[in-house]
Write a protein that binds this ligand. Structure first.
Ligand code: SF4
Length: 384
């Protein structure tokens, strides 16, 4: 069996290189997830097809903004090429293969693609015609995909565009996902505001004056103005520096052993962990979901197989006894083509991202379900 299907222990942590404005809020919500991502540690759970599509649409908006897409034909050519490359990557990847082909697995694929073209044709292309974004880089702040970083290089990232709009200097960010908070307030997500305010401060560091406007353009082509003050942008920059220094000094000084660092840096809660691709190896996640029961925790089960049956349709039905609570969970509909672990003799497994079924402690497979074998070393290092 490919060893990637086996969880065997914790992975070393390396210091952050910098903080990107677009990830600062995630870093604050859970340091550990962002450290592992920044260390380019391979994810343990599949990518979300919606997020993959969002990234592609964002690239198309960038391509239009920097003049590579001028017509519908250009748009379709760029889209086809990106989807083809992405599909090849999905198909060849050990856990993402089930999201191939993207056009069938991402919800509302056609609608989102149409919206993307509408934003390009109605907002970006008309603006490109009258913009002065093509001035040489060194003499102008204007342009697309501009790199901005603080003088100490602790905070830095690419901003989608710096535009001259209605005689104002505008920092522009394209967003293809959910823009508004889920509480129904109609407010824009705080993380997006934070991102743009950090970019405003980076712009000030680079050019010596503040932008006039911070704008988000959504997939409906709507512009959202983000109000800001210099003092709040400065405060965010200080907060980012402080967090960067705290994290890196802890990692570099090695005052704590690896498991303690995982515990110190992690902030488990159902909202944080549900979308985290590192949760199979996160000790605090497993501890917290057991200590603080909450129906919003992801449907993950870890323990020993007490029964494994192949049904007439070729799918597995397994019953797993939780190693701490002794609760027995049943999982049906597991496809042996996807779950290589079930074709082996491993008894200790972690079944991640299940769908709830009819009764309590009963689950069924979905397209993101991933099953790992767990080593005795993993149990000792992570779960005990
Ligand atoms: S599982 Fe939760 S606590 Fe652990 S790294 Fe992921 S988000 Fe953080």
């Amino acid at each position: 069996m490919d060893e990637r299907w086996r969880l065997s222990g914790l992975i070393q942590l390396r210091p952050l290189i910098r903080i990107s404005p677009s990830h600062f809020t995630f870093l604050k919500k859970c340091n550990l997830r962002s450290i592992l991502a920044s260390n380019q540690q391979d994810a343990f759970l599949p990518l979300n097809p919606q997020a993959i599509l969002g990234t592609i649409l964002h690239q198309l908006l960038d391509d239009a903004n920097n003049g590579q897409i001028k017509t519908l034909e250009d748009f379709n050519n760029h889209l086809d090429l990106k989807i083809q490359r992405q599909d090849e990557s999905l198909y060849s990847h050990w856990i993402n293969k089930r999201h191939f082909p993207l056009s069938e697995k991402a919800y509302h694929f056609d609608i989102k693609v149409k919206k993307c073209w509408r934003t390009i044709s109605q907002v970006i292309l008309p603006n490109n015609e009258k913009s002065i974004m093509n001035e040489p880089y060194n003499t102008s702040p204007f342009g697309s995909e501009k790199w901005l970083e603080s003088s100490d290089k602790i905070v830095g990232g690419y901003i989608d565009a710096i535009m001259h709009l209605d005689d104002k200097v505008a920092i522009v960010d394209f967003k293809t996902g959910k823009l508004l908070k889920e509480d129904g307030s109609g407010q824009i997500n705080e993380e997006y505001k934070t991102q743009l305010k950090l970019y405003a401060r980076l712009f000030f560091d680079e050019y010596g004056y503040w932008p006039d406007q911070l704008l988000i353009i959504d997939l409906d082509g709507k512009k959202h103005d983000i109000s800001f003050t210099a003092s709040e942008c400065n405060a965010l920059m200080e907060e980012a520096r402080t967090l960067f220094n705290y994290i890196n000094s802890k990692i570099q000084n090695k005052e704590n052993d690896l498991k303690d660092m995982y515990l110190i840096f992690s902030s488990p809660d159902p909202d944080n962990c549900s979308y985290c691709q590192y949760r199979p190896i996160c000790p605090n996640y497993w501890i917290s979901r057991q200590q603080v029961p909450d129906p919003r925790w992801p449907n993950d089960v870890i323990g020993s197989i007490v029964e494994k049956v192949t049904l007439g349709n070729g799918l597995f039905h397994v019953r797993i006894k939780d190693r701490n609570t002794n609760v027995v969970s049943s999982i049906r509909g597991l496809n042996p083509d996807w779950h290589v672990v079930l074709r082996e003799d491993d008894n200790d497994i972690a079944a991640m991202s299940l769908d709830g079924d009819l009764n309590m402690h009963s689950y069924k497979e979905n397209r993101s379900t991933t099953i790992f074998a767990i080593d005795p070393n993993f149990v000792q290092e992570i779960l005990s």
